[in-house]
Design a protein. Sequence first.
Length: 191
Amino acid sequence: QLGSPRSSSGIGGAGTSSQHQPNKQEVDMFLANLLVQSATYLVNGSVVVTIAGLVVYKNVDWRWILSGVGAVAGFYCFERLRWDNGAKEERLKSQFRQHLEQRLRQVESIHTGQCEQQVIQELNGVCGGLRKVFSGFYDEMKDLIEQTKNKMDNVDKMLGSINTIKNKITFMTSTLDSFNERFLTSTTDSP
């Protein structure tokens, strides 16, 4: 676009070689369009102002018009006189505050985004580390439980063999007692 302020070469100093350089015919066409548009706005505006002025002049007394113009001029003069160095300084300060607010909002959003990314990365790292640690604990506990189960199985086998031996001993004791009662006790009592 010829009329856009971004198309002027030399502003910013970047991209001048890739921009389109208008030839004389394009510049003349642009200037002619600009002149026609300006004249159209001026004519339309002046016609409206002239018609409005005539309507007001015909319907309102010239003293009222003069007093209205005087009031506007008075307000302008009052505002101009009030616009001293203090007011200019206050206006500059308010503009500076607005600019700083805008910049801080921009920096805040950028900084917040960066902090969020950093926190997410750190949490992912911590989560991965905790997974490794808990995985190690889990493996150790699983091995320990397996060893304990093996020991319990060994103890159960030993208890089973002890019960077998106990039963055999009980059987032998009862057999010996019965043998003793049958053969030994009766022979010792007989003589």
